[in-house]
Design a protein around this ligand. Structure first.
Ligand code: FES
Length: 107
């Protein structure tokens, strides 16, 4: 285990321009997204409803909600398309030894 970090998944679990829902004990679900070879972690639950964003599609740097088609910028979590009006939370992450980690900062 890397100090100050939580292992989320193996890089092989997330194809290019796809996302994976990760459930960690005691935390809200996360969406691990692979975009142009970079990693981003967002809250998995859409801010418009109870949809799982990782079940949506990634196109043009946005993740699209499978319920009503709202979208968010994967890099920033900012709303990109209605009906969403509230940004989705993003979390720092990094890749190490073929795994993606949630960066919890310096312990
Ligand atoms: S629940 Fe995501 S756009 Fe409505």
């Amino acid at each position: 285990m890397t100090e100050g970090a939580l292992k989320l998944c193996a890089t092989s679990e997330v194809p290019q321009d796809q996302s994976l829902r990760v459930d960690l004990p005691g935390r809200d679900p996360l969406a691990v997204c692979r975009l142009n070879g970079n990693w981003f972690v967002l809250a998995d639950t859409c801010t418009h409803g109870m949809a799982s964003l990782s079940e949506g599609e990634i196109m043009g740097g946005r993740i699209y909600c499978p319920f009503h088609g709202g979208s968010f910028d994967i890099r920033t979590g900012a709303v990109a398309d209605p009906p969403c009006t509230v940004d989705v939370e993003t979390f720092p992450c990094f890749e190490k030894d073929d795994h993606v980690y949630l960066d919890l900062g310096t312990p």
